[in-house]
Each structure stands twice: as structure tokens, then as C-alpha cells.
Design a protein around this ligand. Structure first.
Ligand code: NAP
Length: 291
């Protein structure tokens, strides 16, 4: 039997076992996906012994993603750019690290666009990313890597963090090629104005999440055709999405990113690209509301 686990500290809140065990059952794989609570000081030892202990790989959650990127033997381009690893597969005894948040974000958007027949009318010429934390890095890297995006504006309360992402992405290489996105940064006081001409607006801050303040934003300058995505998925409909929907924008919630980021790991460990079904989404939505 193959074994995989999510490693975190704490870890019991993670929805990854629910997602992966759903697919393990669906595809009839002889495997189990569990939890592993590991203190930061024990991370390296745990990762080095994964193979010996019969694991095919793992996922990493808070607070291990950045440290894991320094431990793995080989790292994907996108995980290197983001500086964080959320998925590890063991190949010939070596630890291969990837970051599937980036592809999860992008696939969620692409899936929405194709399900809603927007392919011919939707281009991501200008994307505005609110926030400059770990998730923002993944979103910015995925847009740059997609090579479909011309302009990315990163707006953050602490402007220096947005500047760091900009500098880091400036020399990023994806599959041997430099990207050609023009990355700009803006301060918190410029948020409402930078929305002008945007096709995509993404909130990657914690604002709007259960227990946090709401995101104070005026959407007047955002074109009505723009797609608005909040990667916060608790609640599923944040104030930002409600406000955007009310003025006629199409909106995408954050649960899809969580589901699509899991696809890459499952494929690495088990060699099957699993399907994100409506049934799985309902299951995870229910568990997320209960947790
Ligand atoms: P993080 O690294 O801690 O970054 C937090 C971001 O929120 C920073 O940009 C921070 O700005 C901003 N922020 C916090 N409090 C603020 C305030 N009062 N006013 C303005 N900005 C504020 O967190 P993260 O890992 O990027 O995660 C961010 C969110 O994304 C979380 O809600 C997480 O659940 C969600 N997420 C969702 C998925 C998914 O699959 N859907 C995946 C990853 C993350 P400063 O830099 O100024 O502090």
C-alpha cells in the first residue's frame, strides 16, 4: 500500500486528506493519505526519512512551506520562484519539491472561463493582485509563467513586500524561458485607482476571511467585464465577491484553487490526473463550513 501525508504544525484542520482519499477511493488505488503533525525542528529529519518509512511523498502546510524549499534535493521552476514547496514526491530516493498553488490558481480561473464559455472574450491583459504574502507570490508567478499576461499590478499594505515579489519575478525563468509580464507595484492608497482597465482582480490577503476585517475597496473603476477572484474560501462568498457580483462582474471563489492545487500532487504520486468533480467540491465545501 502506498502512503502519503500532509505535514504541518498544527495539521488537523487540513482538507487535503479528504480530497486525496476521495480520489484514492474513486480510482481504486491501494493507498492511504493521512496527517503528520511535525514540529519545525523535526521537519528535515522527517522529510529525509519519508522514503525509508514507506511514503511516496507528502504535502506541506503552515509553517513548513518555505523551509521545505531549502531541504528538497530538486525543485520545480515555479517552486523556486515562489520560494516555497507544498508538494514533495520521492523519485529514486531523492526529494522532488513542487508548488501546486500556482497551477491550482490558474486552473481554477481557466476552468471557470471554459465552463462559462468566456474563452473568446476573456484575456488577462491586466491583472491586479491584492496582497504580497505567500499566496500572492504563487498567483503572480502563475500569471507570469502563463505568458498570456501582459501587466501585473501588485498592491499591498506593506509596499516593500510587493517590491520584493517584483524584483524576484523580474529574473524568473519558466521552462527555460524568461516571462514577458510587466510587473508593477502600488501602495494601499492607490488600490481603487489601479483597477482601471483590469481584466482580472484577485484578493490574496486574509481580509474578508472569517474572523478578519473585510477588504475596504471601491470597485467603481473596475471594468464590468473583469473577472473577480477571491482566494479566501471561508466564507465562500466574501464581501468582495458579493460587491463585485452586485455590479455585474463575474466572480470566482477560492475553493476551486484548493481543489485544483491537489491535482498535481496526486498525479505525481499515483500517475493519474484526477478529476475535480461537483461531488468532490460539495464534500469539501461541507467540511470547510464545519471545520
Ligand atoms: P500571508 O503570507 O500571511 O499574507 C497575508 C497577506 O494579507 C499580506 O499581503 C498582508 O499584508 C495582508 N494583510 C493581512 N492583514 C491585513 C490588513 N489588516 N490590511 C491589509 N492587508 C493585510 O498569507 P498567505 O499564505 O498569502 O494567505 C493569504 C490568504 O490566502 C489566506 O486567507 C489563505 O487562507 C488564502 N489561501 C487560499 C488558498 C486556496 O487554495 N484557495 C491557497 C493559499 C492561501 P502585509 O504584507 O502588509 O502584512
Amino acid at each position: 500500500m502506498k502512503k502519503v501525508a500532509v505535514i504541518g504544525y498544527p495539521v488537523k484542520h487540513s482538507l487535503s486528506p479528504l480530497i486525496h482519499n476521495y480520489w484514492i477511493n474513486k480510482y481504486g488505488i491501494d493507498a492511504e493519505y493521512g496527517y503528520m503533525e511535525v514540529r519545525p525542528e523535526n521537519l528535515e529529519n522527517t522529510l529525509r526519512n519519508l522514503g525509508i518509512n514507506g511514503y511516496s511523498g507528502c504535502n506541506l502546510t503552515v509553517p513548513h512551506k518555505v523551509e521545505a524549499a531549502k531541504i528538497v534535493d530538486k525543485i520545480s521552476d515555479v517552486a523556486l520562484v515562489i520560494g516555497a514547496v507544498n508538494t514533495i514526491a520521492i523519485h529514486d530516493g531523492f526529494l522532488y519539491g513542487d508548488n501546486t498553488d500556482a497551477v491550482g490558481f490558474f486552473d481554477n480561473i481557466i476552468n471557470y472561463v471554459s465552463e462559462n464559455n468566456l474563452k473568446d472574450s476573456f484575456n488577462i491583459d491586466k491583472a491586479v493582485i491584492i496582497g504580497a504574502g505567500g499566496a500572492a507570490k504563487a498567483v503572480a508567478a502563475s500569471l507570469a509563467a502563463s505568458k498570456t499576461n501582459k501587466e501585473i499590478v501588485i498592491v499591498n499594505r506593506t509596499k516593500s513586500k510587493a517590491q520584493e515579489i517584483r524584483e524576484h519575478l523580474a529574473f524568473a525563468v519558466f521552462e527555460g524561458e524568461r516571462h514577458n509580464s510587466d510587473i508593477k507595484i502600488a501602495g494601499w492608497d492607490e488600490l481603487d485607482n489601479v483597477l482601471e482597465g483590469a481584466n482580472l482582480l484577485v484578493n490574496t490577503t486574509i481580509l474578508g476571511m472569517v474572523g478578519q476585517e473585510t477588504l475596504d475597496i471601491n470597485l467603481d473603476k473596475l471594468p464590468k467585464e473583469a473577472l473577480v477572484n477571491d482566494i479566501v474560501y471561508k466564507p465562500l462568498e466574501t464581501d468582495l465577491l458579493r460587491q463585485a457580483k452586485k455590479r455585474g462582474n463575474k466572480v470566482v471563489d477560492g475553493l476551486g484553487m484548493l481543489l485544483y492545487q491537489a491535482v498535481g500532487g496526486f498525479e505525481l504520486w499515483f500517475g493519474i490526473k484526477p478529476e475535480v468533480t461537483k461531488e468532490l467540491r460539495q464534500l469539501v465545501e461541507k467540511a470547510s463550513l464545519e471545520s
